[in-house]
Design a protein. Structure first.
Length: 148
């Protein structure tokens, strides 16, 4: 995991406003979000395969309400780049039973914090710059603005 500096860090805004801006740049709220925090993710390795292992991830924290609620107020955290390496064989924790096969669809990552190559860091910085531009263009970004 490699953290990136961003003018978006510590910005606050309504969930629906942030959701719209993130989605316009191809970021999506990860499915594992909790009521009080979550992550907007963008795959960085789209041309290599469909398995997406390198991501730009931007954390958000609910300051008021719950993530996913239209009226929630979120604060953007420090963006980072991460890479997952997945197992290609059997999952060490997999259970071959019918019930578990229904629920345990995905193998555990072999290395959740794999080394991130420079090309993914550079691409993440470029994608982050585009996102910052989108926020600035909407009048919602910049170091002097703390609320959206």
């Amino acid at each position: 995991m490699i953290q990136l500096d961003s003018q978006l860090e510590d910005l606050e805004g309504k969930f629906m406003d942030l959701e719209h801006l993130f989605n316009q740049e191809g970021f999506f709220l990860g499915g594992g979000y909790e009521y009080d925090h979550g992550y907007y993710d963008k795959a960085l390795d789209w041309e290599e395969n469909k398995e997406h292992r390198a991501y730009l991830r931007i954390p958000v924290t609910a300051m008021e309400g719950s993530i996913g609620d239209r009226s929630a107020r979120l604060r953007i955290g420090k963006p980072f780049v991460l890479k997952h390496e997945y197992q290609t064989g059997m999952d060490d924790y997999a259970n071959a039973g019918l019930v578990s096969a229904t629920f345990d669809q995905f193998a555990e990552p072999a290395n959740k914090d794999a080394d991130v190559e420079l090309k993914w860091v550079k691409r993440a910085q470029a994608e982050l710059s585009q996102l910052e531009h989108r926020f600035n263009k909407s009048g919602r970004g910049g170091r002097n603005r703390t609320r959206i």
